[in-house]
Design a protein around this ligand. Sequence first.
Ligand SMILES: Cc1ncc(C[n+]2csc(CCOP(=O)(O)OP(=O)(O)O)c2C)c(N)n1
Length: 606
Amino acid sequence: MLQRIKTPKDLKKIPDSKLPELCQEIRRFILKNISKTGGHLASNLGVVELTIALHKHLDCPKDQIIWDVGHQSYVHKILTGRQKKFRQLRQLGGISGFPKREESPYDVFGTGHASTSISAAMGLAEARKKNKQKTPRIVAVIGDGAFTGGIALEAINQIGYLQTPVTIVLNDNRMSIAPNVGALSRYTKRIEETQVYKRAKKAIYLLSRDKTSKTKKNLINLQTLKRAFKEVGTPGLLFEKLGINYLGPVDGHNISRIIEALKRARKINGPVLIHVRTKKGMGYKFAENQADKYHGVLPFSLKTGACLYSSDPISFSQSFGQKLLQLGRKNKKIIAITCAMPDGTGLNHFANELPEQFYDTGITEQHAVTFAAGLAAAGKKPVVAIYSSFLQRSCDQIIHDVCLQNLPVIFAIDRAGLAGEDGPTHHGVFDISLLRPIPNLIIMAPKDNPELKAMLELALKLNRPVAIRYPRGSGQSLKLPVWCVPQKTALKKGKSQIINTGKDTVIISVGNQLCRAITLGRRRKVKPSIINARFIKPIDPEIIAFIKKTGQATIIEENAITGGFGSAVLEQLAKKNINARVKLMGIGDQFVEQGTVNELQKKYLK
Ligand SMILES: Cc1ncc(C[n+]2csc(CCOP(=O)(O)OP(=O)(O)O)c2C)c(N)n1
């Protein structure tokens, strides 16, 4: 059946009785392909019925679906003509793992970062209203995790006010990547658990029919009681009070129930929230049982569920987690904060062992930073671990709440540099440029795990805002070639590390780009000086002295050249009137596509 579906029109021809079989086919297709390419597995297995229901009911691309985060859009891609391209999912030149406008007219709005779908859907719907166009149905599909993000809540605030006709499908599987957290998550859970009003209404109805209690006074009391129950017990009352019609909870694995709700929503001329309950990982027992582990996967064995790649020697993230745990045991003022990524940031062991010193704030990169600033103002030592690309959201909080007040918040910026197969939404190549102009902030980049650990220890002593940026993957120490004679200098604020004192030229690297500096040096007959910058801000004056002496330099960083570390060096040279030929190797003025980190480095780090 699946092979015959080229567009949603073909799906509409399939009789309802055959849909359970189609769901099975789709799940087999996803499992077969993702077990080979890797990708987002559990979220996609969970939305098979929901996606079929949406495409059966809607008339896309006239009607429009926006997938929040977009990591769960594989089934949508399969049903909209991209089945054959799945062999190249997330690979260089292949289809994206997220919705992409240039990929298909069915991908109405690009996503990758969480919580944007309701705002974008509102924009689409309001524009049509302004153009006096007959509004097709615009649907935002948002997970319960993404629903906790600030932008989503800002959109909820405006949509209830403007009464924009958008259907919000809240795909509630109780999981973010880790189990979902927060009061909203607790609230949606309660809607399902209690259903007080339905039961109370029935009880009151039966009572009112009871002849013995049918005095006038009793009836008035019953009506009052009914109103009171309606206040506290109506499912989704919070949304209703905000002006958003609530439908649900609906079984998200029952296609006809979902279509029924979509039909009801279409009749309402205003915002509607359909609360759909699904199981993350549905249909693959390993993913059902450990939805967090199977959220994003590398190629794996379908039979055993085991990953086919031996895991990296200790990654930067793990090393960060280990060191912070060690420090946190001794210093109770240390507070670790994650935005829904305890595993990804290496904080899982910290969370288990020191729960009273740990917060998972949900997908809330802005709130988390200001929350940390508050903790710091009260004498705590907060360490906020966020991936570089998601930290982009927190720029104002870093400036306004942390640095302006010179508060000692430490930013552990993970996935800084090229992130690989997740593509342009996830590469962390702007953090240096965004953070460098901010006064009071010290920025470091370790070359390997031991240096990261030393930087974390130093950052805690500095008593001011500090950012440490490190990349995805292994933080194993590099074995230096024999021609390198490194100076054994302990980590000191504002001091770089001389890896080799050579002649003619100097190569300066940021973080783990030292390996590229060594490769460049190896190719030269006369060995160059090589410096591991360690500090992006402040810049070590010795780096400038080296360049003054040699008159030429190469600077390597996995960040945009504009505003990056190389630019900072050029600023210093200009300030000191030093003439030098400096080659900057970093990311040019472009967004970087998806691919393996190696492929992307070869293509873009020039
Ligand atoms: C701003 C931002 N922060 C963090 C992430 C990382 N991330 C990707 S998916 C995800 C969990 C989303 O959970 P939910 O919306 O419930 O979707 P589910 O996978 O459970 O279907 C997170 C935290 C992100 N994509 N964007």
